[in-house]
Design a protein around this ligand. Structure first.
Ligand SMILES: *Cc1c(COP(=O)(O)O)cnc(C)c1O
Length: 349
């Protein structure tokens, strides 16, 4: 199906004349800046940040082998999810498709914007069920939100199924790759060139260890990025975030050591967790967490809680009956987890 950016962009966004910052009007380097009503006395932060984040995008573009014009930065991926919905979905008319279970923010953002949410289920092995998704689509469907590796199940979605959606759907397929650094896959960034309706989300919150900084990254065609740039708050990435991220991105192999350690710990945890009598299944994971099916997840959650260990109870989520989602911690934290689970097993023998 042919993808037409104009056909799927909201009319008011298409016609919008974006806010011009002082830094948009003057792009060079000057000695005296009297154009933005800033306080001239230098604190570290008296100047507005670069609204286009050029230095940071330039470094990210080298890392990802993409044109900087294919990159948008957000105050967390969450801001980019919101921008996507506001750019392409007419409130009260359009809908978005969000196969379940997955990350909760897509539905919440859509609901905040009064955009209808359609929720087909993933198959029991947490993969795409194309027939079922097609049954939920209509001509008002603007975005399909996919997450691969998926949260909370931890698996990569099957490539051919994603491809078939990219080929058949006339709206945007958003593929959230928040956990891609932990996966045995390079993800879809090199496929952007083949699919004008593919949009990728990544984040500095997981493998990069910068969740507190709030920095999410979106990758897409220049056309999609241009639309999102029109509606984003001009100064959405503050100076501290831009500077720290820039320093991190410039390092040689900034995340390799962490990622290797966490993947190794994930393997160890998977083996140890499988040995408990109360554990029914540890789902294979391509992320920094494990979804674990138990005989009584609530009791296990409570036991861990009383020992000061907090995990995520996902047992009310579709396909996740009696499941806890456990983030991989440091080797010591993981040992403490396992020891506490031995206690739980002994109490319940
Ligand atoms: C953690 C997570 C994110 C990160 O969101 P930020 O706003 O960038 O912190 C995005 N998507 C998924 C699926 C996640 O699990």
């Amino acid at each position: 199906m042919k993808f037409d950016i104009n056909a799927i962009t909201r009319k008011n966004v298409r016609e919008l004349k974006p806010y011009n910052t002082a830094r948009d009007d003057f792009k060079g380097v000057a000695t005296v800046y009297l154009d933005a009503n800033e306080n001239p006395y230098p604190t570290e932060f008296n100047r507005y940040p670069d609204p286009k984040q050029n230095a940071l995008k330039s470094e990210i573009s080298k890392l990802k082998q993409l044109d900087p014009l294919q990159i948008i930065l957000g105050n967390g991926s969450d801001e980019i999810i919101d921008l996507l919905i506001r750019a392409f979905c007419e409130p009260g008319i359009d809908n978005v498709i969000i196969p379940q279970p997955t990350y909760g923010m897509y539905s919440v953002c859509a609901a905040i914007n009064n955009v209808e949410v359609r929720l087909p289920n993933l198959s029991l092995d947490f993969d795409l069920d194309i027939q079922n998704i097609n049954a939920y689509l209509n001509d008002k469907s603007k975005i399909i939100f996919l997450c691969s590796p998926n949260n909370p199940s931890g698996n990569l979605l099957e490539q051919d199924k994603i491809k078939s959606l990219l080929q058949s759907f006339s709206g945007i397929v958003v593929l959230d790759e928040a956990y891609i650094d932990f996966a045995d896959s390079d993800g879809w960034i090199t496929s952007l060139i083949d699919y004008p309706n593919l949009f990728l989300l990544q984040t500095f919150s997981k493998a990069w260890g910068l969740a507190g900084l709030r920095l999410g990254v979106g990758y897409g065609s220049k056309e999609i990025i241009q639309i999102l740039n029109k509606i984003k708050p001009p100064y959405n990435i503050n100076s501290i975030t831009q500077n720290i991220a820039l320093t991190e991105v410039k390092k040689d192999n900034p995340i390799t050591e962490w990622v290797d350690t966490l993947k190794n710990e994930r393997r160890i945890l998977e083996v140890l967790l499988n040995q408990f009598s109360f554990v029914e299944k540890v789902y294979p994971s391509q992320t920094n967490f494990l979804l674990v099916k138990m005989i009584n997840a609530k009791a296990c959650y409570q036991h861990l809680l009383t020992k000061g260990i907090i995990v995520r109870d996902r047992s009310s989520v579709i396909h996740c009956d009696n499941c806890l989602r456990i983030t991989v911690g440091t080797p010591n934290e993981n040992k403490e987890l396992i020891n506490t689970l031995y206690d739980f097993q002994n109490i319940n023998l």
